[in-house]
Design a protein around this ligand. Structure first.
Ligand SMILES: [Zn+2]
Ligand SMILES: [Zn+2]
Length: 318
């Protein structure tokens, strides 16, 4: 008992003995923190600029819609396509419309095996010797549809696990769609994040958390619910599109955006618009009205833009 009290006092005394230090410590420590962090910051900036001025990351929706999908991402080091849902010829011409030679494409990433995403994947891989990345279930489902691909060009990733290509970090995340194992993609390049999320009937909290904080979003705005319900599609197809494994409506896109946007100048591209059940102006106005109700201001703190079914959209450099 006595011993314990003695030890406690001793410890206390030792502690009280050094109590003068906290008075000076914040000044000394903050001086060193500022000093060292400025050195680290400069090293970091110098490192970033090695090899000349960094171009950043380029994004262009070469085409998006129910009839075909193909997105383009470029950095200083690599050029990739996300899906190739047209004939090889059509993709060549879409690429040339933004001055990219198809032979420069380093990789093709696939979201899922539906024909509007994979039609030209095999052709391009064979013609230009391009490796194709997809998860295992997608590979199994699309193998017969895309024709022979050289073994060295069959690349398999695990969904929800990061991988790197060139100077890009890539995160394929699971989405809700009637395919084997469909994914959306996040691309990280230095401080920039790009999210591509189409062909999903539902966006859960996990997906919202995954895409939040992006500088550019390509988000599905597939149909207007009323146009779809009153349209000519057979009942089973309407049910499929409206289901949680179908496609996002204009309203779904708006509701998702409200929960992920920050209003710090993000670019939002509306994608995978249906030809039958949507109109570009309707998709744009529906999303604009809804996000503005929540305090965002289109063309002030958010850039809202469309993608097209038959031509490349604007090339964004971030
Ligand atoms: Zn699909
Ligand atoms: Zn699709």
């Amino acid at each position: 008992m006595w011993e314990n009290t003695y030890i406690k006092r001793k410890v206390f005394r030792r502690f009280t003995h050094i109590k003068v230090i906290p008075i000076h410590f914040p000044f000394i420590s903050s001086f060193f923190m500022v000093f060292f962090s400025s050195i680290l910051y400069n090293i970091f900036i110098i490192k970033l600029n090695i090899g000349g001025v960094d171009m950043g990351i380029k994004f262009c929706s070469l085409s998006s819609g129910s009839s075909g999908n193909c997105q383009y991402v470029e950095t200083d080091r690599i050029k990739i396509l996300i899906d190739s849902g047209f004939s090889g010829k059509k993709i060549e011409s879409l690429l040339s419309s933004i001055n990219v030679n198809p032979s420069e494409i380093d990789y093709i990433l696939v979201t899922h095996e539906h024909i509007d995403h994979i039609k030209g994947v095999g052709v391009l891989s064979r013609k230009y010797d391009i490796p194709i990345f997809a998860n295992e279930k997608t590979w199994i489902s699309m193998e017969k549809l895309i024709g022979n691909v050289e073994e060295k060009n069959i690349k398999i990733f695990q969904s929800e696990e990061d991988f790197e290509l060139g100077d890009l970090a890539i995160y394929p995340f699971k989405i809700f769609h009637d395919a084997a194992e469909p994914v959306g993609y996040i691309f990280y390049h230095k401080r920039t994040k790009i999210s591509i999320m189409t062909d999903t009937g539902w966006v859960n909290d996990n997906m919202k958390n995954t895409i939040r904080g992006s500088s550019l979003y390509l988000i599905e705005s597939n149909h207007d619910i009323q146009m779809l319900k009153e349209g000519s599609y057979p009942w089973y197809l309407k049910q499929r599109i409206l289901s949680t494994k179908g496609h996002l409506s204009n309203l779904d896109a708006a509701r998702t955006l409200i929960e992920v946007l920050m209003g710090n100048g993000e670019i939002v591209l509306l994608g995978h618009l249906s030809k039958e059940n949507n109109r570009p102006e309707l998709a744009y106005d529906t999303v604009r009205e809804h996000i503005e109700e929540y305090g965002f201001s289109v063309n002030k703190n958010i850039t809202l833009d469309l993608t097209y079914r038959d031509k490349a959209g604007k090339v964004y450099i971030l």
